[in-house]
Design a protein around this ligand. Structure first.
Ligand SMILES: [Zn+2]
Ligand SMILES: [Zn+2]
Length: 297
């Protein structure tokens, strides 16, 4: 698994899977994901020219996307969704996100926990997160080989995230703010409380400790991307150090990369192939809703 320039990653000798962040933070979020000829956009919160430029580097047009996945309706995740609406591209979200983001029903594909959707080579699972939006979720993306999980915009960790995190070869997890920088910083008190609340954004400390605990004893070597860093209340070096130290305390050494806020991030590529069965969520005993859904399947 390597990070490299997009032009070398996607043309001659195209890798089985490639993932790139097109921007990460309150100014806009999107990931471009390719696997086995299938192309997905996960969130559509960066400028449309950034999206089309990244697609063009891979000889693709916007209308060649196989689907757009949306995590929640906040503008930094859907800013350019209007350019997708009206095209023959499925827009995937939970029912609550569809309502708030005004996704037209004919174009909408509902996703809910325990009920995956498949687009070509890729199967996507929604995993609910705690955030001040209607029905926010993160995603596990299973290409049949490499897997990635994306959890940004969550105010608190939940046990249901452990299973997808441990199953992933690329983990994208929010590391939004340094606790002291937030509370000493310039935000008004109500905004500080909102960011730090259980439905706000994950701090560096919570990201680091939760990730280290989730990966305790794991045998794989995932790459870690830290996402949605605050420009005002964080420092990429501080965020990275906190996660690296927490992982080291569990004797885990992994590549940890804070994603750039306003520019393209590295390209992650993988040729991982798995003989194991497709990923399925393990029942979470403390989550009666998930248990009920699992029982229906
Ligand atoms: Zn956001
Ligand atoms: Zn949000």
């Amino acid at each position: 698994m390597t990070s490299q320039n997009p032009s070398t990653a996607t043309r001659a000798g195209e890798p089985a899977v490639s993932v790139q962040s097109l921007g990460s933070g309150s100014s806009g979020n999107a990931f471009l994901i390719h696997a086995g000829g299938t192309s997905l956009l996960l969130d559509c919160g960066v400028g449309i020219r950034t999206v089309t430029r990244a697609l063009r580097e891979r000889d693709l047009r916007l209308d060649q996307l196989d689907a757009v996945l949306v995590t929640h309706e906040h503008s930094d995740h859907i800013r350019s969704l209007s350019y997708v609406i009206g095209k023959e591209i499925p827009i995937v979200s939970t029912a609550g996100t569809r309502r708030r983001a005004n996704i037209p029903p004919p174009q909408w594909e509902q996703i809910s926990p325990g009920r995956p959707l498949a687009f070509g080579a890729i199967t996507v699972w929604a995993i609910m997160v705690s955030h001040d939006a209607a029905e926010p979720c993160g995603y596990l993306i299973d290409t049949g080989g490499a897997r990635m999980s994306v959890f940004t915009d969550l105010g608190s960790w939940h046990e249901r995230l452990v299973d997808p995190i441990r199953a992933s070869d690329l983990i994208v997890l929010e590391s939004n703010h340094d606790h002291d920088m937030l509370w000493r910083g310039p935000y008004p008190a109500h905004l500080k409380r909102r960011v730090a609340s259980p439905v706000g954004h994950l701090s560096n400390a919570d990201c680091a400790s939760s990730l280290a605990a989730a990966l305790r004893g794991a045998s794989n070597q995932p790459e870690i991307w830290l996402a949605h860093l605050s420009e005002t209340n964080n420092d990429p070096a501080v965020a990275r150090r906190e996660t690296v130290h927490a992982l080291e305390s569990e004797d885990i050494v992994l590549d940890v990369t804070p994603l750039p806020r306003r520019s393209l991030g590295p390209v992650w590529t993988s040729t991982v192939s798995r003989n194991a069965p497709a990923w399925r969520p393990a029942p979470v005993l403390s989550d009666p809703t998930q248990l009920a859904l699992d029982a229906l399947l």
